[in-house]
Design a protein around this ligand. Structure first.
Ligand code: 6R9
Length: 658
């Protein structure tokens, strides 16, 4: 980094270390030779991005092919392919059967207790038709919103696709969320129909879902009926006249259903995501552009060969990653996927590797938090399984620390597979920044560059693009097909949140840095940036320094108010199992390590060794809650945690260690 660049972006040495990793991993020659995306793809897309997307629209089967690609005259409200019509479920199902792929497996389902189901495209199409018929019988019509609150079972995908077939936008609420979170979402988008289950399996135990629905519905008088999947078989109260069992209503329906076609801009789904303030935002996605975007990126980023690959997105369906890369992208492409219901350590810590071995998974897509957990458990566990089928590894959800990247590649990817670090958001619908596996020389920790057809920039406070080798804010400066079309019921908030900070471009809310090659490194949310004695430092970067210490598996860093320095760095770390309790000097050792890696200014004021960290469904650490702990405050809202007992554990642990 030049001195000029350093003083210009105020981030000083701190932001430098994240990109100090010099390791480079070129694509394996055989992969590059047959790669779906080559350097020529980038050139063509950059020459005419609209022509590029119009061509990608040809991946779908349209009832009326679109003649128009983008209408941006009402910016920031876009329409894509607006005069085209299609049915999303037809594109994900029937057309593959019609093309002779009815016997191809759509999902290898693996339940946590060990039950399995192999579902072909023909079978999935039949189930979705039955569910569409059942929903019609319950009165669901095009345009009605349907809430889906299910565990990771095939019926979750069936329910989503049945809604899509009817043109009824779904809103999937993560099964780990509370009744409160469910009620808020139902009320916000005026849901009248709910699909749920008696319960799901988690860590070897059945955990009930239906009671949370009953509780939520006390506040939602407009809900007319609840369709209940039997998953665990546990005792379940049913409300007469409102609740009906899936196996009673759906499984007796005809396996054919004549679908309607809808305009490309017909709403497909609403997914709630938390903002930095205020109530969750209902992010709206529509049909044509979204499907084009996810079908293209699923094919491009993962170099998908639909007839031979076995693809596994190990993410919950209640997260956008589950929508785009477990359901819509893979099915639009006619791919074979694995769907796993449970946690990675049920019944043992090798469960994921056992699944990869069993189904011959070729592409694995998961979050850095999972990778760091596996690091904590030790490399000897995956070493017991045959993972040789894997050819591409993906990461999503948070910046992947260089240490975690290298570990993932080495111990899971037998030191051969490219790692694609995909940056995107609920709002973007599809991958936006990612290395293309047959093109990029992978850099541990970098998301690298925009995918073909997408245009991003890193800008300074004034909205001016920074030069290479500097940090700033990530923006998207051209519309893209899978972009959100708004926030449900709040147009103004859409404009204010995303399009006002820098007029004319989309503000993602993430900090990013360009390195000397012009490659992009994500630095975490802008609100995760700390200011310590006037130095701006990203939490991601100090976490990476901590994780690069051999005793540390996972770290979360927050800025706590400090009388002297403005903010002070407080770190929470989980040690690797090999490190035992870390020894008496572990805290001092780690503080020194960070000072050495980044500089004395980054030395944490306090480091607390903990057993667990509070995480959201997508594996993001809830730093807000850790800040409450670091500042000795009452805890804020914990309803979006996957496991709300974690905070009790952390607090209990602190009172015994301090
Ligand atoms: C897909 C998803 C979006 C936020 C995003 C950013 C973070 C996601 C990332 C990443 C660095 C990556 N994020 N992928 N940060 N590198 N590869 O996660 O959607 O839940 O809406 O979160 O996640 O901060 O702004 P969502």
């Amino acid at each position: 980094m030049s001195d000029d660049a350093r003083s210009a972006n105020h981030d000083g040495e701190a932001l430098e270390s994240l990109s100090a990793d010099e390791r480079r991993f070129p694509p394996p020659p055989a992969l590059a030779e047959h790669a779906n995306v080559t350097e020529a793809t980038f050139t063509a897309a950059a020459a005419d991005d609209l022509a590029f997307w119009a061509e990608q629209a040809g991946r779908l089967s349209w009832a009326t092919p679109p003649t128009e690609t983008l209408d941006w005259s009402g910016a920031p409200f876009a329409t894509w392919f607006a005069d085209g019509t299609l049915n999303a479920a037809y594109n994900c199902l029937d057309r593959h059967v019609e093309a002779g792929h009815g016997d191809r497996v759509a999902f290898h389902f693996e339940g946590e207790p060990g039950d399995t189901r192999t579902i072909t495209y023909a079978e999935l199409t039949a189930s979705v038709c039955q569910a569409a018929n059942a929903l019609t019988e319950l009165g669901v019509k095009a345009g009605d919103r349907v809430a889906i609150y299910l565990p990771m079972v095939p019926e979750a995908a069936v329910a989503m696709l049945a809604c899509a077939r009817l043109g009824a936008p779904h809103t999937v609420v993560f099964g780990g969320f509370s009744s409160d979170a469910l009620a808020t979402r139902i009320l916000d988008c005026g849901v009248e129909h709910v699909i749920t289950a008696d319960g799901g399996w988690r860590k070897g135990k059945s955990s009930a879902l239906k009671p949370a629905v009953d509780e939520a519905l006390e506040r939602c008088p407009d809900v007319k009926n609840v369709l209940v999947v039997r998953r665990t078989g546990q005792e379940t109260a049913m409300v007469e006249g409102r609740d009906v069992w899936w196996h009673d209503l759906v499984e007796s329906q005809p396996t054919e259903h004549a679908y309607e076609t809808f305009p490309a801009e017909h709403p497909l789904y609403i997914m709630y995501t938390s903002g930095s303030t205020g109530k969750p935002k209902g992010i709206l996605h529509t049909t044509g552009g979204y499907l084009v975007g996810v079908a293209y990126t699923h094919w491009a980023t993962f170099d998908l060969k639909a007839d031979t690959d076995v693809f596994w997105t190990a993410a919950d369906i209640g997260w956008v990653t589950g929508h785009s890369y477990l359901v819509y992208g893979p099915l639009a492409n006619g791919a074979t996927s694995v769907m796993y219901e449970g946690t990675p350590d049920s019944p043992h810590q090798g469960r994921w590797w056992e699944i990869i071995d069993k189904y011959g998974v070729t592409i694995l897509y998961c979050a850095p938090t999972a990778i760091r957990t596996f690091m904590k458990w030790g490399a000897d566990i995956p070493a017991r399984y045959d993972l040789s089928t894997l050819r591409i590894l993906g990461s999503v959800g948070e910046p992947i620390n260089p240490e975690a990247y290298v570990w993932y590649r080495k111990h899971i990817g037998h030191d051969r597979t490219p790692v694609v670090d995909t940056w995107w958001q609920t709002e973007t619908g599809m991958h936006m920044i990612s290395p293309m596996p047959g093109v990029a020389d992978g850099k541990p920790g970098a998301a690298m560059r925009a995918v073909p057809g997408v245009s991003v920039a890193v800008v300074n406070d004034e909205g001016v693009p920074v030069s290479d080798d500097a940090a700033g804010y990530l923006v998207v400066d051209k519309p893209w097909p899978a972009m959100l079309r708004g926030i449900w019921g709040d147009e103004q908030r859409y404009v204010d949140t995303y399009w006002s900070r820098f007029p004319g471009v989309y503000f993602a809310g993430d900090g990013a840095k360009l390195d000397a090659d012009g490659d992009i490194w994500l630095l975490g949310r802008v609100d995760d940036v700390m200011n310590v004695s006037g130095h701006r430092m990203s939490t991601a970067e100090i976490e990476s320094a901590l994780v690069s210490h051999p005793k540390v598996a996972e770290a979360a860093v927050v800025g706590a108010t400090d009388d002297t320095t403005g903010q002070a760095i407080v770190a929470f770390v989980i040690l690797r199992s090999e490190a035992g309790d870390g020894g008496p000097d572990v805290v001092a050792e780690l503080r020194t390590h960070v000072a050495k890696e980044i500089g004395p200014i980054a030395r944490p004021r306090q480091i607390m060794v903990v057993q667990e960290l509070p995480k959201t469904r997508s594996g993001k650490i809830m730093r807000r809650l850790l800040r409450d702990v670091a500042e000795n405050r009452e805890l804020g809202d914990v309803t979006t945690l996957t496991d709300s007992t974690v905070m009790d554990l952390i607090k209990g642990n602190l009172s015994t260690t301090s």
